[in-house]
Design a binder for this molecule. Structure first.
Ligand SMILES: [Zn+2]
Ligand SMILES: [Zn+2]
Ligand SMILES: [Zn+2]
Ligand SMILES: [Zn+2]
Length: 360
């Protein structure tokens, strides 16, 4: 018996998702799809066909993978930037763009030299004097060594904080609170000598909090956002853990947890991979320099938070409770593009930071 499912007329009446172009036989399946896809202007988009992708990795596949879309792939290979996926009008402007888009590794920290303001140097500790209040985001990275009875504890041994201009705000070795079982020398480059007279963990934590809160209280931050600064890092939970420190979730910008930068199955990429893929240079080839990691996360944050085309489009976006706030009867009456217009992303896009919206 002919069920009619493959009949050309039925195909023509398929319901197409205006964002990712998937097709559905039934309207309710499209609605269901839109509810779980959280399409929005914030999703990574193909500059040629405007298809929405969940992650930059899936956009990359759409443009260069084995199942790439031929016409998009052709235009992209001629006029697209392989790091930021922007498409240009002509080869000249692409070449010009690439000069600024493809970055090179920062010079090794040589820690003390990069501090922008006057500094004091106390047994390997470099602290920028906070005469005025800092602004903008702060990137942080910790290096850890193993300790505890069975060596299973991650102990913070070194920490570095930089500002948006890649100046070091604070850098120090940290005195271990437990006996160290492994200095992980190949990765950390640290020995007993570096840590024995270093700053104590609670002192380090106080200093970091003072920088992040700009001297204001936690209460003030909770009430009105205060003057606290965004904290950028890679897998910050891990770093905050080893510092025995808390910082409000909505103030964290984590390159390991940001949906567009994750694998399509929402597993984190390594910072090494993200830096190679989206900034165009290699890090962590020998001993880890926390300054180098700080610079990489800050550059990633800045690159993906100034997607200006997002910001412009947001103004026209419907401010609604999203698709969930409608009855299914109402949704069935709407066109696919009306449904898409109400769909909202399920993560806080970094581009919103540039509009200084800091909703908890
Ligand atoms: Zn879709
Ligand atoms: Zn956005
Ligand atoms: Zn495309
Ligand atoms: Zn680019």
């Amino acid at each position: 018996m002919d069920t009619g499912s493959d009949h050309p007329e039925t195909l023509a009446r398929r319901h197409k998702c205006p964002a990712c172009f998937k097709q559905f036989k039934r309207k309710e399946h499209l609605i269901e799809h839109l509810k779980v896809s959280y399409h929005s202007v914030h999703q990574p988009k193909c500059g040629v066909c405007q298809k929405h992708c969940k992650t930059y990795e899936s956009l990359h596949e759409h443009l260069t993978g084995p199942l790439r879309k031929a016409c998009c792939s052709k235009i992209f290979s001629d006029l697209g930037c392989s790091l930021c996926f922007k498409i240009f009008d002509n080869p000249n402007s692409l070449t010009k763009h690439k000069e600024g888009c493809c970055l090179s590794a920062p010079a090794p920290s040589g820690i003390a030299m990069r501090c922008a303001e006057s500094q004091e140097k106390i047994s390997g500790v470099v602290v920028k004097n906070h005469t005025g209040r800092g602004h903008g985001a702060v990137a942080m990275d910790c290096e850890m060594v193993s300790g505890g009875d069975n060596g299973s504890l991650n102990l913070c041994a070194r920490v570095c904080l930089i500002d948006e201009d890649e100046n070091i705000i604070f850098h120090t070795h940290v005195r271990p609170q437990f006996p160290i079982t492994n200095y992980r020398y190949d990765v950390t480059g640290l020995t007993e000598e570096h840590l024995k007279d270093a700053m104590a963990l609670n002192e380090v934590r106080d200093k970091i909090l003072q920088i992040l809160y700009n001297g204001e209280s936690v209460e003030k931050l909770r009430l009105d956002g205060g003057k606290a600064r965004l904290l950028v890092g890679h897998d910050l939970e891990h770093d905050l853990d080893c510092l025995r420190m808390n910082y409000p979730e909505h103030m964290l910008r984590d390159t390991a947890k940001y949906c567009p930068l994750m694998k399509t199955n929402l597993v984190s990429h390594s910072l090494k991979y993200l830096t190679r893929t989206y900034l165009g240079y290699d890090i962590q080839s020998g001993v880890h320099d926390p300054y180098e990691d700080c610079v990489a996360v800050m550059r990633l944050y800045k690159r993906f938070s100034c997607q200006l085309d997002h910001v412009e489009e947001i103004g026209t976006q419907n401010i609604t409770g999203g698709l969930e706030s409608y009855m299914s009867k109402e949704l069935m009456k709407m066109s696919p593009s009306e449904l898409y217009a109400m769909s909202r992303s399920n993560y806080r896009c970094w581009c919103l930071d540039s509009r200084k919206i800091m909703q908890p």
